[in-house]
Design a protein around this ligand. Sequence first.
Ligand SMILES: [Fe+2]
Ligand SMILES: [Fe+2]
Length: 168
Amino acid sequence: MTAPGAGPIHLAGRFLDVILARQLRPREQAEVATLLRTGAERSMYWDQARADQRHGLAAARLVRSRRPHRSDLVRAALLHDVGKRSARLGPVGRSVATILGRLGLVGPPRFAVYLDHGRIAAQELDRAGAEPLVVAFALHHHRERPEEISREDWDLLQAADRAVLRGS
Ligand SMILES: [Fe+2]
Ligand SMILES: [Fe+2]
């Protein structure tokens, strides 16, 4: 299990994103709605923190701009972090969980859930009938590229995972 995120600058940026994220505007909500296929996916996505909703949309937009006809890739980007919501952590808890994870320490159960968000999302998405790529990217996005995801798709999804949509 790898801690999400990279260095201290990334951490500080994510902290600010979580604090400052605004609710998606109606036009953005409508855009997301076209990408969600089941009631289960809708609850997973809309139950996320606002920053995670914005991050998913930013990632999906980046993928769509490069591969407009690959709905599985776009949806993989949109949904990859839905497991984070299960931890119910605020900005401080997320940062602490990430730092402890990087030190090899797990901490309270909610921190472990946060650090395990890829696997949790993959299980939920699989149960909801999402495409194999959507499930695989959720599971592996903080790990090494698995065989079932091509290098080209992986590189695009990893670039998308660095995308942030700031509220305005
Ligand atoms: Fe993640
Ligand atoms: Fe992400």
